[in-house]
Design a protein around this ligand. Sequence first.
Ligand SMILES: Nc1ncnc2c1ncn2[C@@H]1O[C@H](COP(=O)(O)OP(=O)(O)OP(=O)(O)O)[C@@H](O)[C@H]1O
Length: 293
Amino acid sequence: MPCVRPCQIPGSSRVAAAATGPEPGAAYNLRHESNCELALSAPGIVVAGLRKRYGTVLALDGMSFSVRPGQVTGFVGPNGAGKSTTMRVILGLDAVEEGTALIGGLPYRGLRHPLHHVGSLLDAAAPHPGRSGRNHLLWLAHSQGLDVRRVDRVIEQAGLAPAARRKAGGYSLGMRQRLGIAAALLGDPPVVLLDEPFNGMDPDGIVWMRGLLRSLASEGRAVLVSSHLMGEMQHTADHLVVAGRGRAIADASVAELIAAASRGNGATLEDVYLRLTREAVEFRTGTSTEDRK
Ligand SMILES: Nc1ncnc2c1ncn2[C@@H]1O[C@H](COP(=O)(O)OP(=O)(O)OP(=O)(O)O)[C@@H](O)[C@H]1O
């Protein structure tokens, strides 16, 4: 559906304007255009035209996509593609030179009670080592004005009950991830943003995490999850945003990506992902794989 009024998001059409040839992903018809409609109404996330440099490194170069309520959106891409930077920008932790990142139509800093709107896990929690996981969550609830009655609920949700009363200094990486997830859910937020939550999870933990993400989406939350595990995302996500060199090079449902893969002589989803990310390098450098042979 076309936008009902001109989109006010700066840079939202910049990617296409800057392109000198077909964009990566064009062959698969996997780029979705206007974020405008969603930005104006939905409680999800809309990222539009983000551009950011760290010194000489162009970390974000027109990153644009949206995360819809009721879906798990997987955010995949090679190292250095700009996934974590995008997440930090969404959470107001990093500034950009251009573009906007909106949660329910507002920038993070414009949210009155941010933890009620968005829960996030960027790094595994680093609680006071002498404090139990449960006391860490109680402290967080008190200090952030959140409902302390939710502490035991999120401990259950995060599968942390067996370790909740133990000192967090003895937690494994997987347990710290669970504690971070419990903290992210404490405010009962409609938007959840998790950077590499599968890190440090054992096989049971991975299955559990998949179920948790699916259930958060089924409750109507907008869930953005970064990962390097394409296979895992295939089973967990409804939608995938593939990042490459600071921009979204594909933005499509998992079903669309799988359909694109099956058109390509038995290519797998992983093959499509690798091809897209290589195309992104060629697009930016103006070389092709053939040129470099
Ligand atoms: N604080 C920083 N200072 C300098 N450069 C940075 C900083 N943070 C990120 N970068 C650079 O910005 C680019 C994007 O990094 P980012 O961490 O967002 O990528 P990523 O997709 O999350 O990678 P990974 O999958 O390895 O976590 C990289 O080239 C990285 O080196």
